[in-house]
Design a protein around this ligand. Structure first.
Ligand code: PEP
Length: 263
């Protein structure tokens, strides 16, 4: 299974800096086609990111053309509505994401759970809504520091994942999962490769019990993954890629992580 390296830009960037970031990524991609690459800009920039990536050969030199021939960069949203359309002010539907060329959406990020009160059940519904409308959800699960210290890591992750498995039914094999310990997100305090692998193995086992095709489900690690620690994390048997926040905003760091995922 190809690894997936995904950048979560969160609420950062503007038209000019996004264009620069995307150009830098594309220019650095030739030869790095052993993993899939995804960027998730803020929703207002999803369409322009798709356009910028599709337009690379016109704008950039030969290396970018080569990059597009061997490697393309997918674009995703950072959230998706459970609703299809209608009076839901501020929401963005899966159909809308797909309409502008996105193929993925992050779902259930801990910042959505924390600041927007997203429950396990809602996250499951969002994953289901995405799948039903042709968007691959990257479903985030992970424990807080207090939960880890209380020895509840596995129970929390299993509970969060169970809600998603319940909601998506027979589509479990179409999910992408991201194990993101909350205490590691944006803190510089990465889970050790061993800590991450231990939880990924628990997730893998739960997935294996829910689908005949567990090998299709990529389980990403997220939480202060960076250019320095990516190689070791990505070498773990059950870590199939990374969901990267801060380091995905720096071209050189993001490319180094993509390089580390070449296997
Ligand atoms: C994230 O937001 O999903 C994330 C992993 O952030 P960071 O890499 O900055 O910890």
């Amino acid at each position: 299974m190809k690894k997936l390296i995904a950048g979560n830009w969160k609420m950062n960037g503007d038209s000019a800096s996004n264009a620069e970031l995307l150009a830098g990524i594309v220019a650095g991609l030739p030869g790095l086609d052993a993993c899939d690459v995804l960027v998730c800009p803020p929703s207002v920039y999803v369409a322009s990111a798709v356009t910028a990536l599709a337009g690379q050969p016109v704008v950039y030199v030969a290396s970018a053309v080569t990059a597009l021939a061997g490697q393309s960069v997918a674009v995703g949203g950072q959230d998706v509505s459970v609703q299809v359309k209608g009076a839901y002010t501020g929401e963005v539907s899966a159909d809308m994401l797909r309409d502008v060329g996105a193929t993925y959406a992050i779902v259930g990020h801990s910042e959505r759970r924390q600041y927007h009160g997203e429950t396990d059940a809602l996250v499951g519904e969002k994953a289901q809504a995405a799948l039903a409308h042709g968007i691959t959800p990257v479903v985030c699960i992970g424990e807080t520091l207090a939960q880890r210290e209380a020895g509840e890591t596995n129970a929390v992750v299993k509970r969060q994942l169970a809600a998603v498995i319940h909601a998506v039914g027979h589509c479990v094999s179409e999910l992408v999962l991201a194990y993101e310990p909350v205490w590691a997100i944006g803190t510089g305090q990465t889970a050790t490769p061993e800590q991450a692998q231990a939880v990924h193995a628990v997730i893998r086992a739960q997935i294996a019990a829910a689908t005949e095709h567990p090998e299709r489900v990529r389980i990403l690690y997220g939480g202060s993954m960076n250019a320095a620690n990516a190689t070791q994390l990505l070498a773990q048997p059950d870590i199939d890629g990374g969901l990267i926040g801060g380091a995905s905003l720096k071209v050189a760091d993001f490319l180094t992580i993509i390089r580390a995922a070449q296997g």
